[in-house]
Design a protein around this ligand. Structure first.
Ligand code: ACO
Length: 382
């Protein structure tokens, strides 16, 4: 063994520049293209934030209208995408369904595009592909949840913008404005977070000059894990286990004695609290009031204060978004697919950035296996 310093998990390693977002744990801030995410969540639609991530500037009214018109064009799922989703077993995880549907959309879009040498696509082609996925994901996620509930799919409504249409597609009824607003905020907060595991995965795939769809499929795989996107689902499992605020202390005693990780807490970068949490907690509070479910806030607050006081580890975005999605009516297994629908904007912004200034991502490793050895009786050819 040499004395090479191993950066396990690439912790603390800066691998490239990015102009898409800036995470600053010191000031507890997250900027998308320079704008604080809290300001964007309070003032913008998710479509406008998608535009910002892709183009670097917020859209004018005309540009936003154009994006919305294109988004409407690509909302519907073709019968073969629905059919392929129907082939995914009903008891498979919905993330597998989303990954499969995105893969088919990509294969169809790239059909006839020739050799792998052209896979990467031009900047314009990649922007069009990004909008296509952004537009199709709500229908994929909603179709999955309705399928599992034994309900017929619902068609998109051109009079509804992205967030309202997403809720319409899922529940088949128009959502109240306060719910649309909370959901829109969650999409904005989930949209982008620099070189997290799934975004880095997308950049690794792009760096080989593979195509945008392959990069997104790989990113979906990375997001599925409970240490990353899967945590919003895991938070609800924990809430279900605990039941009521009065059970928090004994539940936590046991969980910590068993050295369990408490999902929805902790972050690789933020050590003093996730900058997105206050905005999402405020959105959760409006939902608690709207649905008159004070016991949800009581459980949330009790677990947070107990865990923070014992471990000094703060909630991340998944902690408030899990119960928020539950109150809106999404099935627990649908939470991480919602994260996909939001994060596809950040992923594709990074894919286009990586492609525009590419270097193959290929780190080194320190070998710690057996010394060189040989097959008994092997005689090399003369
Ligand atoms: N519950 C209990 N202990 C924790 C938690 C937690 N949620 N998070 C960290 N710790 C402890 C670890 O056990 C470890 O303790 P030790 O030093 O005694 O062994 C210490 O804090 C450091 O934890 P690591 O996992 O090594 O720190 P890392 O920076 O790699 O972890 C991570 C970040 C993976 C997010 C971790 O905090 C975690 O597993 N959290 C739960 C899963 C989660 O909520 N993920 C969502 C991430 S944010 C997002 O995707 C939106």
């Amino acid at each position: 063994m040499t004395d090479t310093e191993i950066k396990k998990g690439l912790a603390g390693v800066v691998v490239d520049y990015t102009a898409v977002s800036k995470v600053n744990p010191e000031t507890n801030s997250l900027l998308y293209r320079g704008y604080p995410v809290q300001e964007l969540a309070a003032t913008q639609s998710f479509e406008a934030v998608a535009y910002l991530l892709w183009h670097g500037e917020l859209p004018t009214d005309v540009q936003l209208a154009q994006l919305r018109a294109t988004e409407r064009q690509y909302r519907a799922l073709s019968p073969d995408v629905r059919a392929v989703i129907d082939h995914v077993p009903l008891d498979a995880h919905p993330m597998d369904e989303v990954r499969t549907a995105v893969s088919l959309i990509g294969a169809k879009d790239l059909a006839g595009s020739g050799s792998v040498m052209d896979a990467g696509g031009t900047a314009d082609e990649n922007l069009a592909r990004s909008i296509r996925l952004f537009a199709a994901l709500p229908a994929i996620v909603a179709y999955g949840q309705r399928r599992r509930r034994g309900l017929e799919p619902v068609e998109s409504r051109d009079d509804l913008d992205y967030a309202a249409n997403f809720l319409w597609l899922t529940f088949g009824k128009e959502a109240d404005e306060v719910v649309v607003d909370a959901f829109n905020r969650s999409m904005i907060l989930y949209a982008e977070h620099s070189f997290n595991a799934s975004t880095f995965t997308a950049r690794v795939v792009t760096s080989t000059l593979s195509d945008l769809y392959s990069a997104v499929v790989a990113a979906i795989g990375a997001l599925k894990g409970p240490l990353h996107g899967g945590a919003n689902e895991a938070v609800l499992h924990i809430f279900d286990e605990i039941g009521t605020a009065s059970n928090v202390v004994p539940w936590l005693d046991t969980a910590l004695a068993e050295k369990r990780k408490i999902m929805g807490f902790g972050h690789r970068v933020y050590k003093r609290g996730d900058s997105r949490v206050p905005t999402m907690k405020a959105a959760l509070d409006t939902l608690v009031e709207h649905y008159d479910r004070p016991e949800v806030a009581e459980l949330y607050d009790t677990l947070e204060s107990e865990f923070v006081s014992r471990k000094g580890i703060y909630p991340n975005l998944d902690y408030p978004s899990g119960p928020a999605y539950n109150l809106i009516g999404f099935d627990t297994l649908t939470f991480t697919p919602l994260f996909v629908a939001a994060r596809v904007t950040g992923w594709t912004a990074h894919i286009m950035e990586q492609a525009s200034a590419n270097a193959l991502i290929r780190p080194l490793s320190e070998y710690n296996g057996p010394d060189e050895r040989h097959i008994d009786g092997y005689v090399p050819d003369e």
